[in-house]
Design a protein around this ligand. Structure first.
Ligand SMILES: *[C@@H]1O[C@H](CO)[C@@H](O)[C@H](O)[C@H]1NC(C)=O
Ligand SMILES: *[C@@H]1O[C@H](CO)[C@@H](O)[C@H](O)[C@H]1NC(C)=O
Length: 192
């Protein structure tokens, strides 16, 4: 009984509200059509997000990784939300606004790496078209203490049961790659 009351109470206050906007480091709401650097909040462990090869012998495809150097901001990227507005907990495509020599697009896509036995963030997805075929291309920004984290838990398909998790850094061949981990990377957004 108490639980039911509590749930009803919670629903009244939080259930129907739209998620909060995502703010950049100057307190401005993130907007579509603008470029951002995604930077780590904790200092001394790498820089912004960029594109990297998996190792020094295979050039393509490119994966999402963190710059080695804290002073490097990485590549500009932008968000293309499913409903047109960038908010917390909202499905969105993430695209580097950069040219690449590889044939793949620069749109983030989750892939399973057999050799690492981990889900990693690669590139090559197509923008938009929410549904089961594009499930791996939808990420979310979630509040994490006073900052944010990136998560994979798409809700663009009602019957799909995607693997859900938080994006953090794993080090492979010396490269700080973005992958599903239990230790999310705490990030902030800086307008380019
Ligand atoms: C991407 O980069 C181009 C060229 O610098 C720029 O015109 C555009 O506004 C940028 N942002 C987006 C979201 O396309
Ligand atoms: C690639 O990196 C490995 C170590 O990860 C190193 O042994 C090898 O010499 C490198 N190859 C080239 C072509 O630089």
């Amino acid at each position: 009984m108490k639980t039911a009351l509590f749930l009803a109470f919670t629903f009244l206050f939080f259930g129907s509200s739209t998620p909060a906007p995502v703010l950049d480091i100057s307190g401005q709401e993130l907007r579509t059509g603008l470029d951002y650097f995604v930077l780590p909040v904790i200092r001394g462990r790498g820089g912004g997000l960029t594109l990297e090869s998996a190792d020094n012998e295979t050039l393509c495809p490119l994966f999402v990784a963190q710059e080695q150097l804290e002073v490097s901001s990485g590549l500009p990227l932008y968000f293309s939300p499913v409903n047109g507005v960038i908010r917390e907990s909202t499905d969105l495509n993430v695209l580097f606004n950069a040219s690449s020599i590889c044939v793949q697009t620069t749109l983030w896509a989750l892939t399973y790496d057999e050799s690492l036995q981990k889900y990693v963030v690669a590139t090559g997805g197509v923008e938009g078209n929410p549904g089961p075929e594009t499930l791996n291309n939808w990420f979310k920004i979630e509040k994490f203490d006073d900052d944010y984290k990136l998560v994979f838990c798409p809700t663009v398909c009602d019957f799909c049961r995607p693997v859900c998790g938080e994006l953090g850094v794993i080090i492979v061949n010396g490269i700080r790659r973005l992958a599903l981990t239990d230790d999310p990377l705490k990030v902030m957004f800086m307008r380019v």
